[in-house]
Design a protein around this ligand. Structure first.
Ligand SMILES: [Zn+2]
Length: 241
């Protein structure tokens, strides 16, 4: 700091540290105090794009915000989506000593292309950590339930006790001892994820955008979101990393 931010006098002196250990200054002219401001943080365009893709924004809105064309944006968005691996990050969950993992399963619909083309998003979440352990896009039938089951890593499947809403398809897939249909489930975490997806991924289920017309992009965008969702969760649970 070279001048007083209040009166712009250059007669400032150091005056101890602030509560947050920042250098404090006092102006000899107006006698007011000031703390040096953090330098403004600059985001790279890619860094910004990674964050914007996790919000409820259309591709066109993102293009406008970044002042780029949709044509420039699309290949970069696809590259970011494809950079999220098929296997969602689980940290060290698979190595847990816990003998039984409570997994909540649920399914919600969305659309690809047209209104008469519903796609079900099947989700499985580990209850204790809130991590998404599996997801599948498909029909709301036995095949869909099987797809979800197989998307969960083998080591977690072996220890899983799955809580569901009792949809028939689950019963056909899960072994009796591993399934709690209409069990008194604590659904707060799964409901929050469902809401988060509806709130922040709404554009995925809209049919107006060219890039959400294809099944592949729908899947990639959802995978990207779930991947980032787990990374955010894991960052708050260092013991799992
Ligand atoms: Zn001053």
């Amino acid at each position: 700091m070279t001048t007083c931010p209040h009166c712009h006098s250059p007669k400032i002196v150091k005056n101890g540290k602030s509560y947050h250990s920042k250098q404090n200054y006092k102006c000899r002219h107006c006698r007011r105090q000031a703390v040096e401001r953090e330098p403004e943080r600059l985001f790279s365009r890619d860094e910004l794009l990674r964050g914007l893709l996790l919000e409820r924004l259309s591709l066109r809105a993102i293009a406008r915000l970044l002042k780029v064309s949709v044509g420039w944006l699309v290949p970069r968005v696809k590259a970011l989506w494809q950079g999220a691996a098929e296997r969602l990050p689980q940290g060290r969950l698979e190595e847990t000593e816990v003998g039984l993992l409570c997994v909540e399963a649920d399914e919600q619909w969305g659309f690809v292309g047209a209104k008469d083309c519903p796609v079900w998003l099947w989700l499985a979440m580990e209850r204790r950590t809130g991590l998404v352990v599996g997801f599948h896009l498909g029909e709301r039938d036995t095949e869909g339930a099987m797809g979800l089951w197989l998307s969960i890593p083998q080591k977690l499947r072996e220890k899983a006790l799955v809580f569901t809403d009792g949809l028939e398809a689950y019963g056909a897939v899960f072994a009796k001892g591993q399934h709690q249909p209409e069990g008194k489930r604590e659904t707060t975490k799964m409901e929050r994820l469902n809401n988060t997806l509806r709130q922040r991924c709404a554009r995925l289920v809209r049919k107006t955008l060219s890039f959400s017309r294809s099944w592949e992009n729908h899947r990639l965008a959802i995978r990207y979101f779930l991947y980032s969702y787990n990374l955010e969760k894991l960052a708050k649970m260092p013991s799992l990393l």
